[in-house]
Ligand binder design. Structure first.
Ligand code: SF4
Length: 57
């Protein structure tokens, strides 16, 4: 199973990952959190995050 992590220290709460990939991410308490690490759009969100807060392994 894919592991997707969000560095909450880096996240600036821009909402880009949720806009690009609502299947994969959701906003919880202002910060983004992973909803479904296997969503197909996760890669796109990783690339789009302006502060590289999302990592995938
Ligand atoms: S795109 Fe990056 S900085 Fe923006 S909400 Fe998502 S994880 Fe946070």
């Amino acid at each position: 199973m894919t592991k997707v992590k969000i560095d909450k220290e880096k996240c600036i709460e821009c909402g880009t990952c949720v806009n690009i990939c609502p299947e994969g991410f959701e906003i919880k308490g202002g910060k983004s959190s992973v909803k479904n690490p296997d969503a197909e759009c996760v890669d796109e969100a990783v690339d789009a995050c302006p502060v590289q807060a999302i990592s995938k392994e």
